[in-house]
Design a protein around this ligand. Sequence first.
Ligand code: ADP
Ligand code: ADP
Length: 230
Amino acid sequence: PAPVRIRGLSKTYRVGFFLNKQVKALQGLDLDIAPGQVYGLLGPNGAGKSTTIKILMGLVRASQGEALLFGESPDRPHVRRQVGFLPENPSLYEYLTGREFVTLAGRIFGLSGQELDQRVTRVLGEVGMGRASDLQIRRYSKGMVQRTALAQALISQPRLLVLDEPTSGLDPLGRRQMRDIILAEREKGTTILFCTHIISDVEALCDRVAVLVGGKRVQEGSVQELVSAR
Ligand code: ADP
Ligand code: ADP
């Protein structure tokens, strides 16, 4: 089954003091992501990108439609274990070092001993946090926090990586580093869902892209098709 399959997905949030108003965040979204694809979900603020990702991660319940990971519901623990998630503003324990934080994530995943140590060292190296991982997280730049959070997402060797605005708020160097890490991960054959409002990131990284506006898909295709349609 495909890493991601979404059909007729809708989400209406109730807002206002009496929960008497509605925000239609998603209105009948369809999305298919094949193995090994780097798939961009592109759209302006409020388009419904985060809501899509939160439903896929089992953090928000859909109002209608279905969202499947590898053909199964995101609620199933064995499915979730195959997915690495980088949230938009990851919160890390400030007083741990990056290495301690990623080690903790590995332990929660069920790793231990030498295997845990080796995997922690490898993912920290992959995200360029070799030496800096011995500093406390409260001393990190935003880019270092993002890369440590990505190392945490990679510790389980996920088949699917879901990235919510991984480059937003980073300086040009930080953005470049994040892009290079994503490209390296793509070389390994990992399927990646990449949500952003930055079109140049999509051009640099993605095989296919869906453009979301107002909770609806307004375009879908290869990056070439998208660029020539402009
Ligand atoms: P994006 O990630 O593309 O910026 P979101 O999925 O965050 O879009 O938001 C889509 C719409 O849903 C926006 O109008 C947003 O204000 C609204 N929304 C998102 N989360 C909530 C929430 N928890 N409660 C109410 N409205 C929300
Ligand atoms: P994004 O749109 O990029 O997800 P936001 O700043 O819009 O980021 O949202 C930050 C958080 O607030 C998210 O958890 C989102 O679900 C929630 N949120 C967004 N819009 C609303 C809203 N109108 N009412 C309540 N919560 C909201």
